[in-house]
Design a protein around this ligand. Structure first.
Ligand SMILES: [Zn+2]
Length: 193
C-alpha cells in the first residue's frame, strides 16, 4: 500500500534540478496537486520523530508546476494548515545574509548551513487567482528562498557545494552532527549531477 509521503521524490531524481512551468488557469488538476502536496508533507512529518514538514514545492511530488505550500505555524505541529503560493516570485532581497541550518524532504537525512537573505518580498497568486504580496523575515524568508529555488530546479546543497564545513546529518537522538566532507559529501553521486 502506498502512503501520501511516497509521492515525494528524492535525489538523484533529476526532475529536482529542472525548472518548473508557470500555472495558468487554476484547474481541478492544480487544486488536486495542492491537496496532494499538503497531505504528503503532513504524512512525511507524521513518520519523522524529530522534524517538522514546513513547506513543499510541487516538483517534490513530481508535478513540475510553480506551486509552493508553507505551514501557517512552524511552532505548533497541531496546526496542520497551509498557505498556498501559485507562481511565487521574489521581488526583492533585503537585509543581511545569514547562515542557518536547512533540510529538505527531497535530500534525505542531510542538513546544511546555508547563507540566505534575512528579508525578502514575495509576489504570488492565491488558489482563487488573486495576486498578493508578502514581506517575510528570518525563518520564513529562508523558507521562501528555499522553496522558490525548487521551482527553478535549485537545491539548498547547490549553494554550499564547495563548503567543507557546511554539511550535517541528523543522528538518532535528533541532533545534527557534522559530516565528513570528503567521504560523505564531495564524492556522493546521489547529491551531484
Ligand atoms: Zn526542499
Amino acid at each position: 500500500m502506498t502512503s501520501p509521503r511516497d509521492s515525494i521524490i528524492c535525489l538523484p531524481n533529476d526532475h529536482l534540478r529542472t525548472r518548473s512551468q508557470k500555472v495558468g488557469i487554476i484547474t481541478d488538476e492544480i487544486r488536486a496537486i495542492v491537496e496532494q502536496m499538503q497531505e504528503a508533507t503532513l504524512d512525511w512529518e507524521d513518520n519523522r520523530e524529530h522534524e517538522i514538514g514546513v513547506a513543499l514545492a510541487a516538483v517534490q511530488i513530481d508535478s513540475l508546476y510553480r506551486i509552493v505550500v508553507i505551514r501557517n505555524n512552524f511552532d505548533n505541529k497541531q496546526d496542520r494548515t497551509f498557505q498556498t503560493y501559485i507562481n511565487p516570485e521574489i521581488t526583492k532581497f533585503e537585509g543581511d545574509i545569514i547562515e542557518d541550518y536547512e533540510g529538505c524532504l527531497s535530500v534525505k537525512d542531510i542538513y546544511g548551513r546555508v547563507p540566505r537573505y534575512n528579508k525578502v518580498k514575495v509576489k504570488a497568486n492565491s488558489l482563487d487567482g488573486r495576486e498578493f504580496r508578502v514581506t517575510a523575515e528570518g525563518f520564513l524568508a529562508r523558507i521562501f528562498q528555499h522553496e522558490i529555488d525548487h521551482t527553478n530546479g535549485i537545491l539548498f546543497i547547490d549553494h554550499i557545494k564547495e563548503d567543507e564545513k557546511a554539511f550535517y546529518e541528523l543522528n538518532s537522538e535528533g541532533q545534527l552532527e557534522a559530516l565528513d566532507y570528503e567521504k560523505d559529501v564531495r564524492d556522493n553521486n546521489t547529491l551531484w549531477k
